[in-house]
Ligand binder design. Sequence first.
Ligand code: ADP
Length: 397
Amino acid sequence: MKVLVVNCGSSSLKYQLFDMKNEDVLAKGLVERIGLEGAQLVHQPGKEDKVKLPADISDHKVAIKMVIDTLVDNKIGVISSMEEIEAVGHRVVHGGEEFSESVLINDKVMDAISKCIDLAPLHNPPNIMGIEACSEVLPAVEQVAVFDTAFHQTMPEKSFIYGLPYEAYEEHAIRRYGFHGTSHKFVTQQAAELLGKEIKDLKLITCHLGNGASVAAIDGGKVMDTSMGLTPLEGLVMGTRCGDIDPAIVPFLMKKMGLDANDLNNYMNKKSGVMGISGVSSDFRDLEEASEKGNKRAALALDIFAHRVQKYIGSYAAVLNGVDAIIFTAGLGENSPETREQILNNFNYLGLKIDKDKNKVRGKATDFSAEGSKVKALVIPTNEELMIARDTKNLVK
Ligand code: ADP
């Protein structure tokens, strides 16, 4: 079965075509600047070189049509006709409380996704546009929605209700939802495989550390708590997001700086995090380099980042009443031995010891705990697209 995975942003569309027989990626690519000047499709067939195709791409429907035409093109395409695409899986950011797992898309599902627009005004509308575009271009093909929030729906009320009047939840759906669920779920499954154990017997803390970053406490495959909240702003200090702050800072800054709600949202989402602290970059590679050259604020940003991850791991070990393995994934989690070591330095009391040589690994599934360590430390590369393709295949079968 061939499954097309689609991830739509407001002006972009990422895609991967999987052959689910061996879970091979036949082709992948990105349409960028949709509706803007300079739009183009960057297509990569298999492991061959990328091909750039500039074009007038006025909306997501034109974009998806161009993707399909490219996939069946007799020079750079990888399939002979669009009938070979048997299902499409879509990444959808917010499923609210409606969706605790992936679903086949129908009118009722579309209504429910639209109802969640309030909760993710920047993300759900382009996700909906992508689904609508695919149903027009591929009307006979079944489509599946895979939600960033779904895996976290197992959280107990005590983890997801804020300390606000209960009406905030009842009337405005204000609660913690959590994000990166597809990634946390994928690495949970891979970790169980690597450890040779069943998911139901494992207490895991999964750390998705990329530009956006979140931690989850997972007991027997059920999320008990996670660091992101109503929006992806809560929790860790991230590339450009502030994470947890005293909520009183919001009105304070609005008054002091004369900011309105939008300005402040921008300030906390785009100008803060390790970027705002260091004044150097949101990219951890730049920060590591600057810190080595003696830049104090870059070093401070790295310390603050690691400290916040430590706080979450420590509190989640308490929530879970113990932990079998701590998992690192996403750009930074997979590729930065320095960050992993800095974070895990503080967990000797849990009986966790790392093997510094094994920790040198980048981007490869590895158990880097030392022999005899009571808690395993793992690197597990995430693959959200593959998780979406797997869910899609399972639902369409
Ligand atoms: P997202 O998908 O949220 O944009 P990624 O998971 O791709 O993020 O992670 C991107 C981040 O990973 C980069 O900003 C960079 O800081 C970090 N990163 C990637 N490779 C390395 C590396 N070799 N060393 C340190 N950090 C890295």
